[in-house]
Write a protein that binds this ligand. Structure first.
Ligand code: TRP
Length: 450
């Protein structure tokens, strides 16, 4: 169709949903969610998490889409345009750019690991190893310098290649191919896992809430996880929102994306916990869960090597569509604000991210004992972004759209210029103006006072 190439962004609603769901579904769902849930009391964490996704996540995603689509801009340009050039609000956009750098820097470390594990599982390098050998393999690899850095750089380059191909031919096309594959692989893994002897205990852990395990830290972690997983609070969805067609409905679009995201997290839980319990492993083992615990599980199950390959491919695909969304925040900024070519913007951003990312990778190895606030650089970046920058960014964003931006314009954007009814507008606006900021303030404060 001739019209598709003349518009700024995605060519269809499905394209927008798959691209944004690709950005949302990532290591956050398959690697981070299970170990967070494992460390924070199982089923109760899941409930709190879903509650936050629905109550705050979906409205905030709509908010980012409104800001992006209204302004037709990258995150810095968006706040500049919508605030009529206010420097203060523009800073909020800059805040998003900084957060994107930090997230991408540590995210690409773990994304790089997936490449190593794809190679290992394909070449049979995991098969037949005893638990000690698997642990040693993981720590030798992550504590090294050359290989993890190489895989990180490879992953960054792969992402930059897709981004250089453009929004329609790169992001949208790749998401349309990879997202269905991801679902398929995940379903396959689920079938394998729930048919294991002893799977029930894992399902019980995942779905049966034990509220006595719930405390402030759990709740804060669940909120941080929902933000991280939905990619909200720092402009990723502002950028993608600017690519959504004017005739697409933002509320159903957001619901689909959040639905896909939570579904993938839950399916990942259904893959991981039955397997972990069936083989007597520890669900609370932390970030190593999928890299150490699962390879042991694969080794003890029939056709384990095949399932190991499938699992790590799945993890790599999920990571790739997310790194694409992270890099696009930076590249859209470079192209629109700094007037760089897309290729130049991809290259420069990738290089900068790699420079910071080196420290994140090395914080598992030679910088392991270098601590700031008693955390390694990697842990610090993860904590700062998920627990502070994203909630604070989200708070500022709700204040901007709810309190500074004219209500009539918000309604206009959400109702596609009056073309659709947007029945729940008043409810959305109430959540935007009161509920989300209040929840966010409580969460930020409780996070600070611990
Ligand atoms: N949501 C992704 C995940 O769950 C991570 C991610 C991609 C992200 N883009 C982002 C997080 C932008 C915050 C902001 O893995």
């Amino acid at each position: 169709m001739a019209t598709t190439n003349t518009q700024r962004g995605f060519t269809s609603n499905l394209g927008a949903i798959l691209a944004a769901a690709g950005g949302a579904v990532g290591l956050g769902n398959i690697w981070r969610f299970p170990y967070m849930l494992g460390q924070n009391g199982g089923g109760a964490f899941l409930l709190v998490y879903v509650f936050f996704v629905l109550l705050i996540g979906v409205p905030l995603m709509m908010t980012e889409f409104i800001i992006g689509r209204r302004s037709q801009s990258n995150v810095v340009g968006a706040y500049r345009k919508l605030s009529n050039g206010s420097k203060g609000w523009m800073l909020l956009g800059v805040f998003g750019i900084v957060a994107a750098f930090l997230i991408y820097a540590f995210y690409s470390v773990v994304a790089g690991w997936t490449l190593n594990y794809i190679v290992l599982s394909c070449s049979g390098g995991l098969a037949g190893k005893d638990p000690t050998a698997i642990t040693t393999l993981f720590s030798d690899f992550t504590q090294g310098s050359f290989w993890p850095l190489l895989y990180q750089l490879l992953f960054l380059s792969l992402t930059a290649t897709v981004i250089t191909m453009g929004v329609q031919k790169g992001i949208e096309k790749v998401s349309k191919v990879l997202m269905p594959i991801l679902f398929l692989l995940l379903l396959l893994m689920c079938v394998r896992s729930v048919t294991l002897d002893g799977a029930a205990e894992g399902l019980r852990f995942l779905f049966k809430p034990d509220f006595s395990k719930l405390n402030g830290t759990c709740i804060l972690s669940a909120l941080g996880q929902s933000f991280f997983s939905l990619s909200i609070g720092m402009g990723a969805m502002v950028t993608y929102g600017s690519y959504i067609r004017k005739q697409d409905k933002l509320f159903p679009t957001s619901l689909w994306i959040a639905g896909c995201d939570s579904l993938v997290a839950i399916l990942a839980g259904i893959v991981i916990f039955p397997a972990v319990f069936a083989f007597g492993m520890n669900p609370a083992s932390g970030p190593e869960l999928v890299y150490i615990v699962l390879p042991n599980v694969f080794n003890s199950m029939p056709a384990g090597t095949l399932f190991a390959v499938i699992f790590f491919m799945l993890l790599g695909i999920a990571a790739l569509t997310s790194t694409i969304s992270l890099l696009e925040i930076l590249v859209a900024f470079g192209v629109e604000e700094l007037h760089w070519k897309r290729r130049t913007a991809s290259f420069v951003s990738t290089l900068l991210v790699f420079v910071i990312g080196i420290f994140c990778t090395l914080s598992f190895g030679i910088l392991k004992d270098f601590h700031i606030f008693s955390r390694t650089i990697f842990d610090l970046f993860d904590l700062i972004t998920a627990s502070y920058l994203m909630p604070i960014g989200a708070l500022m964003m709700t204040i901007f759209l709810g309190w500074f931006f004219p209500k009539a314009e918000v309604r206009d954007e959400l109702s596609n210029g009056g073309a659709i009814k947007a029945k729940a507008f008043e409810l959305y606006y109430f959540v935007l103006r009161y509920l989300s900021p209040l929840a966010l303030i409580i969460i930020i404060i409780s996070g600070i006072i611990g």
